[in-house]
Design a protein around this ligand. Sequence first.
Ligand code: S3P
Length: 434
Amino acid sequence: MGVFQGEVTALPPDKSISHRAALIGALSEGVTEITNFSAGYDNQSTLGVLRDAGISVVQEEVDGAYGCRIRKVVIRSTGLWSFAEPGKPLMCNNSGSTMRMVAGILAAQPFRSELVGDSSLMKRPMKRVADPLRLMGAGIELSPSGTAPVRISGTRDLRPIEYRLPVPSAQVKSLVAFAALHADGESRIIESIRSRDHTELMLGLDTIDQPDGGRVILIPGRKSVPARPFHIPADPSAACFLVALGLLGGGSEIMIRDVCLNPTRVEFIAVLTGAGAHIVLENRRVIGGEPIGDILVRSTPDLKPLVISDKAVIAGVIDELPMLSVLSAFATGAFEVHNAEELRTKESDRINAVVFNLERLGFDCEQYPDGFRVIKRRCRPTGPVSVECFDDHRIAMSFAVAASATGEAIELSQSEVVGVSFPDFFGIIDLLKS
Ligand code: S3P
């Protein structure tokens, strides 16, 4: 069993906030300086798409905290309509956030554009993108299966919208908000289950909390966005992998610095502490509107099995579910999740991907349309097991954590895919090994 000790000061910058900082920079009037921008492939895809759509994006390395070199991005824009007709399809690679959120902006630009991605992204649902944008007056064409390529006939005359989100999705909320900034009047987005709220915070949008726990977001139309600097905190979804490593690796203690602790992102910590995990949040403060702090995790041999079915909790741990399920399976032999059909629409069908690999590793599992159950570990493999990563960074990292922490012979079908969100994942795990 691996023992992991030390302090992590160079966790990847948050993927969701990095995307939004770049996109909001492109919509703002003036010069937007973003420090600690993510080097992950997904965020680099957003910068590539912005450049190909006529926005000035300059990236350089500068000195950051703890003596680390960090990425600074400078975006120059004249405001809401500063995009230019791209001469080619815009390549979003593996990034659903790029494709969906950029679609909201391009729907408001008076030209045609087309968004494409890699084989994983070309299978993901885009009807949720097309529906609200069509209601606002943009022309959107998808493939017959409701997937990319997303072909957009944009218009300067978008109508304001009152839109109730059909799925709890921060990407859809954000694309509607970005489109609505261009509309001729105030728009309202209603979410009955809260999703991550970085777009609202970063744009300073007014919100109204609803008695049922939901929220209404108000977006003023055609109001210019003044440029402001952004500093990106460390990614809590990346921290989750190191938290699991610390919990599973006997005798481990890991301190993770300067992590975004936005309540819409750290539900996984509440779920884990509820199961007895030794996790402490320290040094809490607010920077640029986002709560930040350090996460201290100690190995927890007596973790209880995780059972997750509350819809609000599911929305709060949607990206962490692969790691939570693999952690619970290896630590306790059991796991259960329901109401999580959205997991089937991620970079891979994550219900199928986790169950497929756990079964290879000797766990008995049951799959449902909206979740799965790990019943028990029937047997331990006698030789090395190859885990199928399905082009999905979070599947690769979840099983890599299990392999490192338990010492079991698990090989990944793809390792480079971790670069989508956590390029130095293996390097950081090596540094923590004691
Ligand atoms: C994201 C929202 C979530 C999440 C994704 C990032 C975002 O997707 O899974 O990794 O940055 O808004 P959905 O909006 O599809 O739930």
